[in-house]
Design a protein. Structure first.
Length: 524
């Protein structure tokens, strides 16, 4: 059966990643620009004499209160923790980390260093959260999500050694380009490509794979130098190409293609000084709207509205607050264990949503990755349960930095497997991986901090893990249950990103505003 041009591009993308497919699409005239969603704008003044209680001061709750407040609604946020941000949690020197299994850690980082234990990057196409950073004056800097000086390492396969990312990417491209060029020249695609397309495809492959004039891959300076060019007689000598069989044995395509994922493509950003600068800016703007240390114990229907009972964690005193509507952004594993007047289908739906775990382990160390390996930001990928070694983008060329020895959540990581070990064992697992990538440097690691998100109180997981057959549950929880509305990353198609929580909040408060206006016969 003949292959269409789009099918051909798909195969090129599978073999060589997004950049290969992108160039091919441009060459074949198939590229179409993406669109960006419009920002939220509630009509001003529509919330007069309407009270809304918001449960949870994560990003969804903070955004909801901020936007509803601009529209004139009387809002209150109840937050059980003594901080805002929810999964947006930056850990600094002196912070106490207590898990629900009874374990406790105290951060010993040097002053000025920090660890984003939850979200740590902002994609450039996540315009909702970037727009709030602009609006609230949160300064951003570039987050270096990929570095070609980092490595990929199948450390669970006998005899496999770390491979430089620039070699893994460019040697793979070269070998695949050579194979496809052979297929074109041997007539294997004559039924799928016109003579003109064949000519253009060979020209593309020669450039894309850095092939020789006779269309063989003999190595490329793109993969780096075994002798760097210098002065006098010192000419640059490229690395010998890694054999395709070795690259296939490495089996590290998730790492090689990581930066092609739409949410991981440059340019990425991070707030200067830590991700929690964003919720801190919202809290400053909201002022007394946010009530920290207020743990919700009961969620009740009352007449045409709601009543929320909560406990002040510092004093143990019980208080209540009445409102016309309740917007609940509490993660579903926590919410389902709170006494609430939800309908039975609503409550049953919540209980069916599973949440994933994530483990992050951070160390303080002198910046040996910069001085020894010229790695400035980016990620090295490992095959084992710890998944990655992640290098900091902030404070480049300074004395000390925070390096992640594990981020086990997807991409082959095993968060539950890592988290099943005692903390000292987790730390030694990550020390061994860093030592494997950077021989002799494991001894330089100090002040470890480990976070297992399934054990973080008032969160109990990193994000919802929807199953393909749960569309009905997703839609049910996205609709109001009387005066109760839900919002959070779990009610978006964006996943664990903060953008998902924000867009979910936008959707929920737009529905509340529309309903409130209709009930009071208020027009925009």
């Amino acid at each position: 059966m003949p292959m269409t041009r789009r099918e051909l591009v798909t195969r090129i993308g599978q073999a060589g990643g997004f950049s290969a497919a992108f160039i091919a699409m441009q060459g074949l005239g198939l590229f179409q620009p993406a669109s960006v969603a419009a920002p939220l704008s509630l009509p001003p003044g529509g919330g007069k004499r309407v009270k809304i209680v918001i449960l949870g001061a994560g990003m969804a709750g903070l955004v909801a209160a901020y936007e509803l407040g601009k529209a004139g609604y009387d809002c209150a946020i109840l937050e059980a923790r003594d901080r805002v941000g929810g999964r947006n949690w930056t850990i600094r020197r002196g912070a106490t980390i207590e898990m629900n299994d009874g374990s406790s850690q105290v951060c010993g980082f040097d002053e000025g260093l920090y660890f984003n234990s939850g979200p740590a990057r902002l994609p450039s196409h996540h315009q909702a959260i970037l727009g709030y950073c602009r609006e609230l004056g949160v300064p951003l800097e570039v987050e270096i999500n990929a570095c070609r000086g980092a490595m990929v390492w199948n450390n669970v396969a006998p005899g496999q050694k770390p491979i430089l990312m620039r070699q893994a990417i460019n040697d793979t491209r070269g070998h695949v380009s050579e194979l496809l060029a052979k297929a074109v020249n041997q007539g294997a695609l004559d039924q799928d490509l016109t003579p003109h397309d064949k000519e253009r495809m060979l020209a593309f492959l020669k450039t894309y794979g850095d092939l020789s004039p006779d269309l063989f891959y003999k190595g490329s300076e793109r993969s780096g130098f075994r002798q760097t060019p210098g002065a006098g007689d010192q000419v640059g000598i490229a690395h010998d190409p890694i054999d395709l069989g070795v690259l296939l044995d490495a089996d590290m395509w998730n790492g090689v293609l990581f930066e092609e994922i739409i949410d991981m493509q440059a340019t990425m950003f991070q707030p200067v000084g830590g991700m929690d600068r964003i919720p801190a800016a919202f809290e400053k703007a909201l002022g007394p709207v946010v009530r920290r240390g207020s743990e919700v114990t009961q969620i009740k229907r009352k007449a045409a509205g709601v009543e929320i009972v909560y406990r002040q964690r510092k004093t143990g005193a019980t208080q209540s607050i009445a409102a016309d509507y309740c917007l609940c952004t509490i993660p579903l594993p926590v919410l389902s264990n709170i006494e609430a007047d939800f309908s039975e289908p609503f409550r049953a739906a919540m209980r069916q949503v599973a949440y994933g775990n994530a483990v992050k382990i951070a160390w303080q160390a002198p910046r040996f990755w910069e001085t020894d390996n010229q790695i400035y930001g980016g990620i090295s990928f490992v095959k084992g349960p710890t998944s990655v070694v992640w290098y900091p983008s902030a404070g480049l060329m300074s004395e000390q930095g925070i390096i992640l020895g594990a981020y086990s959540a997807g991409l082959g990581g095993d968060a539950d497997g890592v988290g099943a070990h005692a903390l000292p064992e987790q730390f030694e697992m990550t020390r061994a991986v860093i030592e494997g990538l950077h021989p002799g440097r494991g001894k330089d690691l100090k002040h470890p901090i480990g976070i297992a998100w399934s054990r973080v109180p008032y969160t109990l997981g990193i994000s919802a893990r929807w199953k393909p057959d749960q569309d009905g549950i997703y839609k049910l929880l996205g609709e109001p249950d009387g005066p109760f509305y839900l919002a959070g990353e779990h009610l978006s198609h964006v996943g664990a990103w903060q953008e998902g929580a924000i867009l979910s909040a936008h959707r929920a408060i737009a529905a509340i505003d529309q309903r409130s206006r209709a009930s009071r016969h208020v027009t925009p």
